[in-house]
Structures are given as C-alpha cells and as structure tokens.
Design a protein around this ligand. Sequence first.
Ligand SMILES: Cc1ncc(COP(=O)(O)O)c(C=O)c1O
Length: 423
Amino acid sequence: MDKLVSHNPLMDTRRGLLKKVGLSALMASAFSGSSVMAQGLNFAESGNLSDDQLFSEVRNQLMLHEDLIYLNTGTLGPAPKLIHDKITALMTRLEANPAIENFGPMGEEMELTRGKAAKFIGADEDEIILTRNTTEGISLVCSGIEWKEGDEILTTNHEHGGAETGLNFLAATKGAVINKVTMPYPATSKQQLLDLVAANLTERTKLLLLSHVETVTGLRWPIKEVAELIAGRDILFIVDGAQAPGMLDINLHDLGCDVYACSGHKWIMGPKETGILYLKKDIQDQVSNVFLTGGYGTYSASSGTRNAPTIIGFGDVLDWHMAMGTKRIEARCMGLAKYCQEKLQEIEEIDVISSDDPELSSAIVSFSLPKAVRNGAVFRDMRDQGITIKRLPQYNAIRISNHMFTTNKDVDQMLSKLKEYLA
Ligand SMILES: Cc1ncc(COP(=O)(O)O)c(C=O)c1O
C-alpha cells in the first residue's frame, strides 16, 4: 500500500525553489505553515507579503525563460513549476498501476477539482462540468439545445472563433439566424452597451452570447446588467469566460448568466486542456447532450476516462489562486493594466482600442498601429527579441495581457521596442 501513497515531490521542490531564489527570512516564514509546505502551492500565508513580494514570487515560480517578457496570457498562460512537477509525478505514479490508481485514489482526488472550481467561480458543485476548454464548453451547450428554424442568436463581431463554432453549428444544422452587433472600440459607457443589446433583441432572439472579457479589446461586459435586461424573456444567456477567471474575481450566482464557459490554461495558469462549464440549475434541463447523459461528475459513463493528473493539477492551481485571493489578483492586474493604458495613451501614433473606463476595462489592453507599421512584423520582431505579445488581425493591432506576474518594467521595455518601429 505504501507505494500507492507516493512521496510528495512538492515539499522538496518548494524547498529547492526557496533556496534557488534566495528569498528573505520573511518569505521563508510566509511559506513555512505546514499546510503550505505540504501543498507547496497553497499561499495560505501570502497575506503577510506585500504585493511586490508576492507577485515577484509568483514570477519566480514560473518556468518562463528567465528574461522573457510574457504579455500574452490571453492566448495561453504559463503554469507554475510546482504544478508541472506535481502533474509529472502523478503521471509517473499513474503508470505504475494505471487501473488501480485511476479508478482508485487518484480518481477520488480528481473528483475534488469540481468542488474547487465551483468555489472559485461562485457556483454550486452540481452546476459544474470539467471540460477541456472554453470551446468545448460552449459547443456542448450549443449542440444540446432545442432549436426552431429561424430563431435568432444575438452576439457581436468581437467574439472568438472558439465560441462561434457552437453558434455556427446551430446555424448550419438547425437553421439558426446569427445577428452580430458591431462593437464600438473603445466602448464608452455601460449604457452604450446595454442600449446596443436592447436595440438588437427581437421576438425571435433565443440565445445571447457575449464575452465576459472580450478577446479583441479586453472590454469587460456588464454581464449582471445584461442578465437583468433580458430577465423574463425566453433567452439563453451564454457567457464566454475564456479571458476572465484568473484575472477577475468571479461570482456567477451574482452575475446571473445561464451558462459560463472558460479555460484553465489562460489566466488561471493551469495545466493545458482544462476548462470549466457552468450550467445554472434552472436551465440544466434545456441542455441535453450525449456527453452529459452520465451526469456532471468528472468521470462518468458518458465522459469516459479522464486525465486524472492534469485535473488534479488544475484543482491545485485553483487553490493557489484562492489562497492568494482572487480580489487581490484582480486589483494587481488592473493596476498593471492602468499603467499600460496610460503609457500607451502617451504615444501619438497609435490608437488604444480598449476602454479606459474602470467599469469596462480589464487586464487586456489593445492598440492599433499606423497603417505603415504592420502588426505581423512587430509581433515577429518582438518575439525574436524575447517579448511575447498577441497580434489582432482585425485592426492591425497588438494585444497586451497584464497578468499578475508581469511588471511595469515589462511594459516599459515593450514600449521602448515599439517606439523603434514607430520612429
Ligand atoms: C474569448 C475567447 N473565447 C474562446 C477562446 C478559445 O479558448 P480555448 O481554445 O481554450 O477553447 C478564446 C481563446 O483565446 C478566447 O479569447
């Protein structure tokens, strides 16, 4: 039996890391609580640290190249080394006795992740399905709802192709009509957005899909107000949350949408191919999908075998966020983004296309380049010089993701390169 209960590699790794980065006595004491040491990534005592101490420790925990400036968490986030090491160790343990582990101790541990996900986004466990990513979550719903030909979907022209896959499927197979609102950039007020939705709803609108945080401009949609606006109408409100959890503090019961789908491998910085799908209790009977017939448990007859090490690692990374505090992480990200916005606003040649209204902005800041400077060239040059950014094809634009582990200095360095192209 002893061999099944494996030695916890996190304790050693954690000590190794502390030694390697040479943290002060303060840092060492901040991580010395027994649960912290046992779990490695549970920053239960992070309240003792200043923001700079905490978030530079987060940076130290990542496996990014040492000098890399990583400003594209919106595409894919870096996972902490301790998570990576834990998953690797679990994979090794799994291979030593696969069936016994997967349908025994490791399988049981994997099932705990659903409860953590529920807590993380302010939902109940029986409203949560662990998916592979946002795309899968939205597609599961769109391919499992009743639809009458000619019924309408309302969405915007700033949605991601992953979300549009489900909508396009409804159009191709069930005759859905997709209406796309043309988005302002930057958006200027909540009322402007609510008016846009209100003006485009019709008697036949049966589904509304919006992003919590838009992939193009980082616009933070007023989801709660939109949910209130459409309350009482027979409209399924799906929110694409790919860019929000891990950046923003989320409470889905408060937001009031019907469906919420997100990925674990972006701002949550979790293992790749992880995701959360939330189905509000009172709409669950509207979603009938073959993959959900075995129930919402992580492993079920209809899910088939899962990747237990990855899903356990996902649960750990959610614990890590919650121990640091999702509100604290949001405040940090917003502070970084504000600095980035302000610095970009000072550059005459570019147009910031993200809103600077605190209610509408997020940790994503995007800007358009002048016509003569192509974003593909800027992206490639920056990539070759150790700065990872995202190019946005629509507007010859660049997107900056200001996650908690980045710094003002990272933005300054990116800007000094940018100015070289603009000169
Ligand atoms: C708003 C939005 N939705 C969906 C996706 C797709 O995410 P995934 O590939 O993890 O399903 C992305 C990816 O960038 C996104 O930004």
